[in-house]
Ligand binder design. Structure first.
Ligand SMILES: Nc1ncnc2c1ncn2[C@@H]1O[C@H](COP(=O)(O)OP(=O)(O)OP(=O)(O)O)[C@@H](O)[C@H]1O
Ligand SMILES: [Mg+2]
Length: 443
């Protein structure tokens, strides 16, 4: 027998100020999950993720497959805390709880999970999982009787109709670090792996991505699509196709636009708002698995719109170029948080840096690591923890200084002249980018 839980407001009102986790679980969670659209037999308490038990796992019933019975294919996890655990997003327990949720989301029995929630009934935050990437889908929100219905309704809207795509801006303020090469070859390898991919050449001054694929430039179509309400990005997409024997690999490209390059920035700013590209991509986020945006080496209008449009920012650097490392730090500490503040849904977040395209000897690596340690120390004084973005595998217990390296390889450089992504021409390039895709994006 199930009874209908009280309304969210009533549930919140009924909670004592110092409610323990068990009390939050009894008095609040049933109303929360009901408001999110889940019924009694769609909710599994203490679900075994394969890496510990998460408080709730849920999934809608499909035909005869009732989650509580089959326990297969969970969709959303909830990690619950009592009110004694402060989940405000600068509190010590916050990061610990997020890390705990991330561990569950990536656990063996949770491959199908797309969402995670942390809540203690005072705060709530929603995270999206796409492949192996986890990023915030809302800020960490302080709940009150006034806002709870609206907050939970907006979470429900997201989980009911998730964007299919992960949108990635490839960005570093430093020039020549491999942004365009990374965009082209990631698109190539993800396509090879069966994903639907769209790339956007948002560096209209250099147009390197469009040229590297041998595609015609957009004269003013992209400009129009961004500035006119009735013109859709869907209408200006160009397919790139590569045939090998019976195989054909196709991904889509929005080519660089000449008019965007000609207009001075102060005029462009009249039509290009921070959210312009983000909003125009909305429908396309349901069509593709990945949207990759190549951006220019500066922090001006195109990079700003690209980063705003993104869920995550991929930052290529060079181990032997201090500026590329410092620029990565500036993007992480300053530029990306500025965009997060404006966008107000917790995204985009930086992915860990990687070293691109230079041979690294062990002594050179040691020098780069010392530089990074200095940059991390400086950031710490500004109360910013860069370690997860530079050394993602570093923990107090295991001081692992792993940084992904994409080797320098002549056939990667020469492929731009052939107008074919290196991953389609060369088995080493293919392996290098497959490793990058696996480490960063795939589960
Ligand atoms: N892994 C690699 N191995 C060899 N060459 C590489 C590699 N990655 C990039 N390159 C070469 O380095 C140069 C710069 O790369 P790319 O144009 O991708 O950088 P970028 O960051 O997009 O530059 P910009 O800031 O000018 O847009 C190119 O000539 C490219 O072919
Ligand atoms: Mg480039």
């Amino acid at each position: 027998m199930t009874t209908t839980p009280p309304s969210l407001r009533a549930a919140l009102r009924s909670l004592p100020e110092n409610a323990t986790e068990a009390v939050v679980d009894t008095l609040f969670v049933p109303s929360l999950l009901e408001a999110l659209g889940f019924q009694f037999d769609e909710i599994h308490p203490q679900y075994n993720t394969g890496d510990g038990a998460v408080d709730k796992a849920v999934r809608k019933t499909t035909e005869n497959d009732i989650f509580l019975h089959t326990r297969s294919n969970p969709y959303l996890l909830v990690e619950l805390k009592g009110r004694d655990i402060n989940l405000a997003d600068n509190a010590a327990h916050y990061q610990k709880t997020v890390n705990q949720l991330k561990r569950y989301l990536l656990a063996p029995n949770c491959k199908t999970v797309a969402w995670g929630i942390i809540t203690n009934s005072c705060h709530i935050q929603l995270f999206r999982k796409h492949g192996s990437v986890i990023f915030p889908a809302t800020k960490c929100i302080l709940l009150s009787e006034e806002n709870i219905d609206e907050v939970v309704a907006s979470i429900r809207k997201k989980i009911d109709k998730p964007a299919k795509a992960l949108t990635i801006a490839v960005y570093n303020n430093k020039g020549g670090v491999g942004k365009t090469t990374t965009t082209v070859n990631l698109a190539g390898i993800l396509t090879f792996l069966g994903k639907r991919v769209l790339t956007v050449d948002f560096d209209p001054n250099q147009q390197d991505l469009t040229n590297a694929l041998g595609l015609p430039l957009s004269h003013d179509n992209f400009y129009k699509a961004l500035t006119e309400r009735d013109i859709k990005l869907q209408d200006i997409i160009h397919p790139y196709s590569f045939k090998k024997g019976n195989l054909e690999f196709r991904f889509d490209v929005i080519p660089a636009d000449e008019k965007l390059a000609q207009e001075p920035e102060h005029l462009l700013r009249n039509y290009l708002k921070p959210h312009t590209l983000y909003r125009k991509l909305e429908i396309l986020r349901q069509e593709y698995d990945y949207i990759l945006i190549d951006s220019p080496p500066n922090w001006r209008v195109f990079s700003q719109l690209a980063v705003y449009a993104a869920d995550v920012v991929l930052i290529p650097t060079k181990h032997n170029n201090l500026f590329s490392l410092e620029n990565a730090a500036t993007a992480i500490k300053k530029f990306i948080p500025e965009v997060q503040k404006e966008k107000a849904d917790g995204s985009p977040i930086p992915l860990p840096i990687f070293f691109n395209g230079e041979k690294i000897t062990p002594p050179q690596l040691a020098i780069a690591q010392q530089e990074l340690i200095n940059i991390i120390k400086t950031a710490k004084k500004e109360k910013f923890n860069l370690t997860p973005y530079f050394y993602p595998k570093y923990t107090d217990a295991r001081k692992d200084l792993h940084i992904h390296q994409l080797p320098s390889y002549a056939n990667i450089a020469s492929s731009a002249f052939a107008r074919i992504p290196a991953v389609y021409r060369d088995k080493f390039a293919h392996e290098y980018y497959k490793n990058l895709a696996k480490e960063y994006f795939l589960q």
